[in-house]
Write a protein that binds this ligand. Structure first.
Ligand code: TYM
Length: 333
């Protein structure tokens, strides 16, 4: 049987090089060819933090357009928007009745984002706590075998596994137990100004984040100004030289190389930065060109998303119905 793959991007900010190298590029190069794959703009997840409705709408369309510009082919895979398929929220509630509050309070992203919000005197939305359950519903609704993600999502996929196993034990076999897969390099691209933090869509400062739609000069500037370490030697050591290791990983990911082997070829940080900047510029160029074409044709993108949602709905519905029945809910008439 063909394996089923599901993954998603949440439209909380402009897509970054981290999203591309950690997830999107592999969806395009490998996943969509190997399997029956679904890729979603998971817009409901963007509502877990303070949000502006118009911005979420714009970012959702932009994320979908970039996914297609990066090379997802709607003939090979299903591309859709999460909120268009009601099965995700239908299933999420059943999984909330399967999860415990303790396991959700342990989630690293909840702890970090919650603490940041509280420190700023803001309230924390309940959905920030329950978010990983909705993510589990995204995955389990489709009988997913593999979830190609960056390293930061490992704990969330682990929770999906736990919930699938628990549900199956209690109510009979309903869900496939999924597993996370990661790229061999650049599974965690770090912020160029703060190489101990992940390059995230919504870091306070954008100087260390390369966005997929940054123009060429901006990409060069951000990479040339990347924080390196006080040493001189170019070595691949994530502990001792996190800034240099990050550049080596980015370069390796761009040229399908190996960061350790690449390190030996450089005598200065400047040369490494120049080559990394050029490699990233060349990597992004075709994506940006296709994005410009697709963005000018909103009707095409909307059509892809509409067909995608229809396909996704048909795939998810029977399993979610089965979960309702298994949990003891009367079938509707
Ligand atoms: P999100 O939107 O933060 O990121 C989308 C994908 O990009 C990866 N990624 C990175 N990889 C390497 N280095 C980085 N700096 C970096 N930043 C982001 C993420 O690991 C992810 O694969 N909770 C998810 C979205 C989601 C989802 C799902 C994913 C919701 N439901 C179901 C898979 C399956 C998230 O916030 O991703």
């Amino acid at each position: 049987m063909t394996k089923r793959i599901f993954s998603g991007i949440k439209p909380t900010g402009h897509l970054t090089l981290g999203n591309y190298l950690g997830a999107l590029r592999r969806w395009v190069d490998v996943d969509q060819h190997q399997s029956d794959a679904l890729f979603s703009v998971v817009d409901l997840h963007a509502l877990t933090v303070d949000h502006d409705p118009g911005r979420v709408r714009r970012l959702s369309r932009q994320a979908a357009t970039l996914m297609l510009a990066a090379g997802l082919d709607p003939e090979l895979c299903t591309v859709f928007v999460q909120s268009h398929v009601a099965e995700h929220t239908r299933l999420s509630y059943l999984l909330e009745c399967t999860a415990t509050d303790g396991e959700l309070r342990r989630m690293i992203q909840y702890k970090e984002k919650g603490a940041r919000a509280r420190a700023a005197g803001e309230s924390v939305r309940l959905s920030l706590l329950t978010y990983p359950v909705l993510m589990a519903a995204d995955i389990l609704a489709y009988g997913t075998d593999e979830v190609p993600v960056g390293e930061d999502q490992t704990q969330h996929v682990e929770l999906s596994r736990d919930l699938a196993v628990r549900f199956n034990q209690r109510y009979g076999h309903t869900f496939t137990v999924p597993k996370a897969t990661h790229p061999s390099v650049a599974a965690r691209v770090m912020d160029l100004q703060d190489p101990l933090s992940k390059m995230g869509k919504s870091h306070a400062s954008t100087a260390g984040i390369v966005y997929l739609l940054d123009d060429t000069d901006m990409v060069r500037k951000k990479i040339m100004r990347a924080v390196t370490d006080s040493g001189r030697e170019v070595e691949y050591d994530r502990e001792r030289s996190p800034g240099v290791a990050n550049l080596l990983e980015i370069l390796a990911a761009c040229c399908q190389g190996n960061p350790e082997a690449l390190a030996g070829g450089y005598e200065s940080y400047g040369a490494l930065k120049r080559d990394t900047a050029e490699a990233v510029v060349e990597l992004l160029r075709p994506v940006q060109e296709r994005h410009a074409g697709l963005a000018a044709d909103g009707g095409y993108v909307d059509g892809v998303l509409k067909r995608g949602a229809e396909r996704a709905r048909a795939m998810a519905r029977p399993r979610v119905d089965a979960a309702y029945a298994a949990m003891g809910l009367l079938p509707g008439v």
